[in-house]
Design a protein around this ligand. Structure first.
Ligand code: NAD
Length: 221
């Protein structure tokens, strides 16, 4: 039984993760940290094999460092923080850090297909649409998609278009344009449950990963 503590447990994602961990037969919800609950991350580390962090950009790096320093593996869903600093902290530690800007399988497939298309239709633009309380823009998913398209020889026109409106959850469109034609890919997370299979997979696998620092759910598929 893997013991999982959730950091940001009172948030929109954190609450959904707590429910998903409680419903999984092979995982135990060992702690819930959140200033809104009056529980600090350090207080739940002693009982945890893995921490899942869905907090805010300002605190994510500090949380990662706290987990790694305690030898606890950490799965990070928070976006908009310094990934290279997290990599350095993980590589200097005795625990693993797994980061995914998007845990929804459909969004990961959209990124993979974008990489296949980019060498043939290199010109493209990314439109990402999220709920109006999202703190970072552009989204971590859009930045990661751009990185993968770049690596495949594509050219994402700047800027990434960010839409913030009530009613939205997490959505992304990649539009490729070629002579006399366009090709559009679109993914919609209409419910936060879309992220849960990916989050649970990462919580199960993070401790056995070959590298201290891993980015992207596609690495676990
Ligand atoms: P939210 O504002 O609802 O929740 C954030 C929670 O973190 C709050 O309850 C807050 O009190 C808590 N928090 C703040 N500082 C903390 C600290 N030091 N320790 C522990 N908890 C702390 O936000 P949300 O909508 O749940 O999103 C959280 C993050 O997850 C955002 O960065 C968002 O972009 C990201 N996200 C990622 C994915 C993905 O698939 N990777 C999907 C959805 C959202």
């Amino acid at each position: 039984m893997t013991r999982v503590a959730v950091s940001g447990a009172a948030g929109r994602m954190g609450q959904t993760v707590c429910e998903a961990v409680e419903a999984a037969a092979d995982l135990e919800l060992s702690g819930k940290a959140d200033p809104a609950l009056g529980v600090a991350l350090a207080d739940v580390l002693g009982e945890a094999d893995v921490v899942v962090d869905f907090t805010v950009p300002d605190t994510a790096l500090e949380n990662v460092k706290t987990c790694l320093a305690a030898g606890v593996h950490v799965v990070v869903g928070t976006t908009g923080f310094d990934l290279e600093a997290a990599r350095a902290a993980a590589e200097a530690s005795e625990a693993n850090c797994f980061v995914a800007p998007n845990f929804a399988i459909g969004a990961v497939l959209l990124m993979m297909v974008s990489q296949t298309i980019a060498p043939h239709m290199p010109e493209c633009e990314i439109v990402e649409l999220h709920h109006d309380r999202k703190l970072d823009a552009p989204s971590g998913t859009a930045k990661r998609t751009e990185e993968l398209i770049d690596a495949a020889g594509g050219n994402v026109h700047q800027p990434i278009h960010s839409v913030r409106l009530p009613g939205l959850v997490a959505h992304q469109e990649v539009i490729f344009g070629g002579e006399g034609q366009t090709l559009s890919l679109r993914h919609d997370s209409i419910d936060r449950h879309s992220f849960m299979p990916g989050v649970l997979l990462a919580a199960r696998r993070v401790g056995g990963l070959p590298d201290r620092f891993t980015v992207g759910l596609e690495k676990l598929l």
